[in-house]
Design a protein around this ligand. Structure first.
Ligand code: GLA
Length: 447
């Protein structure tokens, strides 16, 4: 009896230790490189090993990119035991050989499959082989699994992904689980306990419209993100040639504001200085990787101009002005107002100042009336309780715990994250010139 009790306790301890190993795997959004956006099915061991080398020589490993992920097309069939078989021509030494190489460089190794019977390129999927594949991946030395949704027909998404998640935990090797079901079944509502990140939309393409369209779809999802559980608006297209440098800078900035996983998707061996300067902007990366793990919310929106705010640790914040239009804009930025924005918590439990009289902070319209809905984060319910100037004062039951006094501009140094300079503000409101499709990102750094 005693022995049984001892064994049960030991098993429980082992299980909870394994649980913790998985839970702490992605406390900040995963960063790395994935083969798909640039190379599609043209993957091979040489390509992956060269990508690992290039990631290091370009300084990306030092900047935090540490996963090298082979996407679709590494696999060709299953053998008589149901074991997955890699393409023997493209991976002549097998997948473990590539994983070992990646590990020898101090990097982590990722692979791809699908929850259905086939992958999106009609290679064998994982359906019915979840536990076997999980053991195989653990044997290969996989650290990250991207699990797609092709070939899934009538499967239930939550149970399919939970099945694979359990299989990975059972196999025992800590593996980041990247759920890729394109947002079809609202994974943000259930995937937080199943995987570490989940795609929220269909695939990105290397053009402005696709990128900005995906970005817009993240607006209502901030509350679901946090350490170990990230919305994934898809991999980066920076450097693939379909957008201007300005647009790529915007793409990268927006993804960092969203606390998105940062998976570069370009040819790392042949990067222009512009591409490098974007992917290696450490100040921007620090905003993405902030330990608080908050996703930005859209604080103000007026047609094609938006202000996004990401609360950072230590009562700091990042503010991103976005000019989505095809025209230049001159925007009036009220830094005092931005400094006073209270923390946005998960679930928007945070507070913010009352809407500015006259639309301060909005583009080129000093004194203009604020547009409807401008007093709340775009598309969100109002957060008036306890806020100075709010229409409805809180009732006793709504009363929140007393918050510390809001910080003001005096408490911060404002840093331009792309100019890499602190601002010298002579006035608290300043006109800022914005190119078409551009951003300005400011970090409010505590003095
Ligand atoms: C789907 C995914 C992509 C990529 C391809 C590979 O479309 O969403 O990110 O993995 O499959 O076939």
């Amino acid at each position: 009896m005693k022995k049984l009790l001892f064994l049960s306790v030991a098993a429980l301890i082992a299980l909870s230790a394994a649980g913790q190993k998985f839970d702490n795997l992605a406390l900040t959004p995963p960063m790395g490189w994935n083969s798909w956006n640039k190379f599609h099915c043209d993957v091979s061991e040489a390509l992956i090993m060269k990508a690992a080398d290039a990631l290091i020589s370009a300084g990306m490993k030092d900047a935090g990119y540490d996963y090298i992920v082979i996407d679709d097309c590494w696999q060709v069939s299953r053998d008589e035991n149901g074991e997955i078989v890699c393409d023997p021509e493209r991976f002549p030494h097998g997948i473990k050989y590539v994983a070992d190489y990646v590990h020898s460089k101090g990097l982590k190794f990722g692979i791809y499959s699908s929850a259905g019977t086939v992958t999106c390129q009609r290679r064998p999927g994982g359906f019915g082989h979840e536990y076997q594949d999980a053991r195989t991946y653990a044997r290969y030395g996989v650290d990250y699994l991207k699990y797609d949704w092709c070939g899934s027909t009538s499967q239930d998404a939550k149970s399919s992904y939970t099945n694979m998640s359990t299989a990975l935990r059972t196999a025992g090797r800590p593996i980041v689980f990247s759920i890729c079901e394109w947002g079809s079944n609202k994974p943000w509502e259930w995937a937080g306990t199943v995987g570490h990140l989940w795609r929220t939309t269909g695939d990105i393409s290397d053009n402005w419209n696709s990128m900005i369209d995906i970005f817009e779809k993240q607006k209502d999802l901030s509350r679901y993100a946090g350490p170990g559980r990230w919305n994934d608006p898809d991999m980066l297209e920076v450097g693939n040639g379909g957008m201007t440098t300005e647009e790529y800078r915007t793409h990268f900035s927006l993804w960092c504001m969203l606390a998105s996983p940062l998976m570069a998707g370009n040819d790392l061996e042949n990067m222009t200085p512009e591409t490098k300067s974007i992917l290696l902007n450490k100040e921007m990366i620090a905003i993405d990787q902030d330990t608080l793990g908050r996703q930005a919310i859209c604080y103000r929106e007026n047609a094609d101009y938006q202000i996004w705010v990401k609360t950072l640790a230590n009562n700091e914040k990042a503010v991103c002005l976005l000019n989505k239009s095809d025209e230049k804009k001159s925007v009036l930025v009220d830094f005092e107002l931005l400094a006073g924005i209270r923390s946005f918590g998960r679930g928007f439990g945070g507070m913010m100042p009352a809407p500015p009289a006259g639309g301060a902070g909005m583009p080129g319209m000093p004194g203009a009336p604020a547009a409807p809905g401008m007093g709340t984060p775009a598309g969100q319910r109002p957060q008036g309780a306890g806020t100075p100037g709010a229409a409805n004062p809180p009732t006793a039951t709504q009363q929140r715990p007393r918050m510390p006094a809001p910080l003001t501009l005096k408490d911060y140094t404002v840093r331009d994250v792309w100019e890499h300079k602190d601002l010298t503000l002579k006035e608290t409101s300043v006109y800022v010139e914005m190119l078409p499709h551009s951003v300005k990102v400011y970090r409010f750094v505590r003095k």
